[in-house]
Design a protein around this ligand. Structure first.
Ligand SMILES: C[S@@+](CC[C@H](N)C(=O)[O-])C[C@H]1O[C@@H](n2cnc3c(N)ncnc32)[C@H](O)[C@@H]1O
Length: 271
């Protein structure tokens, strides 16, 4: 069975979560607020990583609400200070039954992209919403990461070559690197309404918080990249390039897609 490529038990997972949090959390929060997120809501955060978004949801819903953060490998989200209404659960979204139903909001960022069973999972998430509840899926389109500035042509080619090899490994592991451009259509096919999507991207200069994502992703799977033609020397050069301020690459575009479960007999019944 295909497995998540970037095993979150690895030491690189912490760096990955820090990079994702610093680059994408402000955008994700704005998108989540567009659902009308309010005190008292019941929320489910799938594959929450460091739980930075789950903990923020906990602040938004307050003690009258409830947030369940699920994670295959919850060690990075362990926090002694978490309030009682925010629960962290070791959970496999593919194999385990969902921890509840009738959610006001279900959110997953960069999780379904990795799952070969993403459509089945999407259908189960839709079924776990209350009528009128929101599903927000945020996914990368890894097919648009142009090099925006480079010290020379060879450096730009090296980036593209190593990045393509990484995408090949993701596909072999059952991921869909282009899932971001398909997610809204899949949500429509799953019956959601009031669909909307916004895409966020920024320039990542060498040495910046965001570009560290490329460092952690490639270093973690260095042995497998070697079998795809990326030598140790290539990878060392690539890692050096990621530290040069004159090297700039576009971030992964994050597509934030949201949709709402219909009310019974399609009537707008406010909560
Ligand atoms: C790219 S990380 C994103 C983490 C977090 N959502 C974020 O955006 O910061 C993907 C996360 O999904 C988790 N994951 C992968 N497969 C999963 C599964 N079957 N069930 C639950 N979580 C899973 C991984 O452990 C990892 O934390």
């Amino acid at each position: 069975m295909a497995r998540y490529l970037f095993d979150s038990a690895d030491v690189h997972a912490g760096g990955r979560f820090t990079a994702l949090e610093s680059c994408y959390d402000p955008f994700s929060r704005r998108q989540l607020e567009l659902t009308g997120l309010a005190r008292g809501w019941r929320c489910l955060e799938i594959g929450g990583g460091s739980a930075s978004v789950g903990d923020w949801l906990g602040e938004c819903v307050g003690p009258q609400g409830e947030v369940t953060v699920t994670e295959l490998e919850p060690r990075w989200a362990a926090s002694p200070q978490r309030p009682a209404h925010v629960r962290l659960l070791r959970h496999d979204i593919v194999r385990d039954p969902l921890p509840g139903k009738d959610y006001d909001l279900i959110h997953a960022r960069l999780v379904l992209l990795h799952l070969p069973q993403r459509i089945e999972v999407l259908k189960r998430l839709v079924a776990a919403l209350r009528p009128g509840g929101w599903l927000v899926l945020e996914e990368f389109d890894c097919g648009w990461t142009p090099v925006l500035a480079a010290p020379d042509e060879a450096s730009a080619s090296l980036f593209d070559r190593v990045h393509s090899a990484l995408m090949g490994l993701l596909e072999k592991a059952g991921a869909d690197p282009l899932w971001g451009r398909r997610v809204l259509g899949a949500m429509a096919a799953a019956g959601l309404q009031q669909l909307a999507a916004t895409t966020y991207a920024q320039a990542w200069p060498g040495g910046s918080a965001g570009i560290a994502l490329h460092h952690h992703n490639t270093d973690q799977v260095a042995d497998r990249l070697a079998t795809s033609g990326v030598s140790t020397g290539d990878l060392e050069e690539f890692q050096t390039l990621l530290k040069r301020p004159d090297f700039v690459v576009n971030s992964y575009p994050l597509i934030s897609a949201r949709g709402r479960r219909t009310y019974e007999n399609d009537k707008e019944v406010p909560r």
